[in-house]
Design a protein around this ligand. Structure first.
Ligand code: VGL
Ligand code: ZN
Length: 257
């Protein structure tokens, strides 16, 4: 009698085999139509992301990153009197710990200034209060394309993303957002390095430029990231796994009727 019963119970201290999270990267006004660093078709990605959110409403939590820069950020062309969309340029930068570092940095138009409209999430994106919000690129002399922090494994800026994912015992990240060739790409590489499995839904992302996007996609594929063209394709592949798992009893938030 006992055997049948206990076989259905997962011990409290045993981590589930797989636990997914949705990651939404930098869906901010400045990267959308009309913004200084507008990524073409960004709003198409937002529609696909919303669909993904709706399907997994009660089952998967979400984190949302925001690029969040000081007016004199080192990634701005204006800071060094350079032409936007050029580079990479070499800079020697003074860090908070009084040491200098040499970096190679693209020169971008001014974007995502802290506490401005341009840094706000696009109004079309479904956002709810249970989402985890992560700000990055907050230090004047540090570039953090990745939601985890800078490209130096978080030496100069480290967000709370990694510790939060560990706390939730996340194993798999469904990555979406803007831009495929920069912030999505660097977040994906960090996620792999930190031991996560990464799922990329192409339709939920858009890139700054064709060549860099193609290059980033190729590299991500070679490094073992799992690709899906659409939300439907992701869903057909993973729904059984996600819906059947007893641990996915996440509290509903979209107030589905
Ligand atoms: C991004 C360029 C500069 C991005 C951020 O979100 O991909 N790209 N800052
Ligand atoms: Zn930026």
């Amino acid at each position: 009698m006992g055997a049948k019963h206990t076989s259905q119970i997962m011990p409290a201290n045993e981590a589930p085999a797989k636990k997914f999270i949705i990651g939404i990267i930098d869906v901010q006004n400045d990267f959308c139509t009309g913004g200084p660093l507008a990524v073409s078709e960004a709003e198409h990605a937002i529609a696909a992301i919303n669909k993904l959110r709706y399907i997994y409403d009660e089952h998967i939590q979400t984190f949302i990153t925001q690029d969040w820069h000081n007016a004199k950020h080192m990634s701005f062309a204006e800071t060094f009197k350079l032409e936007p969309h050029t580079g990479p340029h070499k800079h020697r930068l003074l860090m908070e710990d009084e040491t200098y570092v040499d970096v190679e940095q693209m020169a971008w138009p001014k974007h995502c200034l802290e506490n401005t409209y341009g840094a706000q999430l696009h109004r079309d994106l479904v956002v709810i209060k249970q989402d985890k919000f992560i700000k990055k690129g907050t230090k004047k002399n540090v570039e953090s394309y990745s939601g985890f922090g800078d490209a130096d494994q978080g030496k100069y800026e480290k967000t709370e993303l990694y510790s939060w994912l560990q706390l939730l015992q996340i194993t798999d990240i469904i990555l979406t957002g803007i831009a495929t060739d920069y912030c999505v790409y660097y977040t994906a590489l960090d996620a792999l390095r930190l031991g996560f499995s990464v799922h990329l839904i192409i339709d939920c992302t858009r890139g700054v430029a064709k060549d860099t996007t193609a290059k980033a996609l190729k590299d991500m594929k070679e490094k073992g990231i799992v690709f899906y063209n659409t939300v439907d394709e992701f869903h057909q592949t993973n729904k059984q796994l996600i819906f059947d798992n007893s641990y996915t009893n996440y509290i509903p938030y979209l107030n589905k009727k």
